[in-house]
Design a binder for this molecule. Sequence first.
Ligand SMILES: [Ca+2]
Ligand SMILES: [Ca+2]
Ligand SMILES: [Ca+2]
Length: 589
Amino acid sequence: MKKSATKTVKVSTLLLAGLLTVVLSSTIFADERVVKYRAKSGPLLWPSEPPEDIPFEQSKELAGVLFTGVHSDYRVADTWYPCWAADDNLYSPWTDGQTDGMRSGSGGRNATTGQAIMIGDDPLNLKIKALGKTKGDPHPYQGRYPCGSLVHNGVWYYSTYCLGPAGSVMHDGMRWNWPVLGPMPGFRISTDYGKTWTDTPHTPAKPLFPEPAEFMGPVKIGSPKFVDFGKNMEHSPDGKAYLVGYGAEENDPKPRYANLSWISGDQIYLTRVTPSIENINDESKYEYFAGYDEKGEPIWSYDFKKIKPLLEWNNNMGCVTITYNAPLKKYLMCVTDGWPTVAKMNSYILESDKITGPWKLVTYMKEFGEQGYFLNFPSKFISKDGLTLWLCYSGNFSQGWNNIRFKAIPPGSRYGLVLQQVKLLDPKMHREYKKKLQAQKQHDPLKSKNNIARKAKVTVSSTYKGYTAEAAIDGVVGGYPEDISAEWASDGEKTSAMLRLNWDNPQIVNRVWLFDRPNTHADQVTAGMLIFSDGSTITVGELPDDASAAKEITFLPKEVTWLKFVVTAVKPETQNIGLAEIAVFSAED
Ligand SMILES: [Ca+2]
Ligand SMILES: [Ca+2]
Ligand SMILES: [Ca+2]
């Protein structure tokens, strides 16, 4: 990597050129220097912004979640629900992508679901080995995906759920993903840690639980996941395995298209069974949560008809998991409301002392991911004090569908397996972090109020597919290949490329920062020109190629309503010139 000069470089030739051509143009004197800038990917206190009709009280013990900024980067498939087995390893399903050189896809008659072992104690350095994939015909449904997976006393119980009518459906002028959630046909079983499997005796047409009433009708125990009770289920209150699922009822009072989909639903349901090879596929061995008696104690019934929702928030629920946090003696529930299946998704975390509730809100994370799904807290990575955890999820799978682009928020969110370090905050810690982080934000020049580029209207000469002009003023220096949502790239332009910022009101400015596209194999601005609405211009030299620093241009304060940056020269390898970021600083404090 090339070292950038950090001291001020006066462009004396510019002054000379300015004097010689002063009659023809109004090129003005300016200072130009390189300013190191390190992107702040530090802690992020996720604001809790629940909709007004949220039916959960705020927890008095846990006030929110801090993302420390530490996260993994596993380039694998999605659908990870790690289970901590007696041999200290994690075992997980996965699908729809490639893991450790093996590919699995869960749509169509030849649908497969993968299994993997995750070896190690460091969430950032797990050895993930594919253990194989297993075929499961979804017919009469069209997809069959992994859900509840438990390794207990050396026996692996692995379930799947069905989806229909297709992975891509056009409806209301929009493309949807798997709008109908079907049943869970039962468990395949392995007694040799995933080497060989015995298939479930059930089928998608005749599933384990007696639902749906009709093909493509609603289910209650949808995509069930095993409650994570720790290593080999050590903290189960009664030795039973609990499954939590999400669903909907017949005659839904709040119907909508894709009401119960792969990621959206109306209620949460609970069932339990003593896990054994004999029991796991025998419906008569299952008890269902059936509400509370007059003393407020939970009722469990072997009769599926008696099942009642554990929680209900019609049109605001979806994929659900529960983990027992043993040091805190708390259950944590993650719910994702991912309707309408392909847009930004909302996730929330609830806590309870008992699995049957009452459940209270820890945080409602609007647009987490921005498209985060399949959230769970693997018990293996809960710290001794119970306050540091790793949130496991996948993100941003439908990048570009319906022209929606997702950013990686929090940073590290991506398709594949994400393990994101989080801290649970009590109300006092929450208040302290809130203050601290607000102060930090004002110290980041790009995110400070002084950077008025961020409130400008931005237009560009062209945009490469998948990129946006707005990414040049989003306050984030980033780009290809990590995060293309953070930079602007033109569509094949070189020296013709132009970006323009317009303000509604005149602005007094005296400083501009320009960041090159961070890739160094191709695109770099080697010269450009700033043009202001008052008719003045400033020539700009080479931008630091890797975007680890800004080219700063300072000049006497001037009042403008717009400015343009025009690219006048590029590195020969350049393909699609652009900018990771432009900042324009107000001369007024
Ligand atoms: Ca509904
Ligand atoms: Ca940017
Ligand atoms: Ca570059």
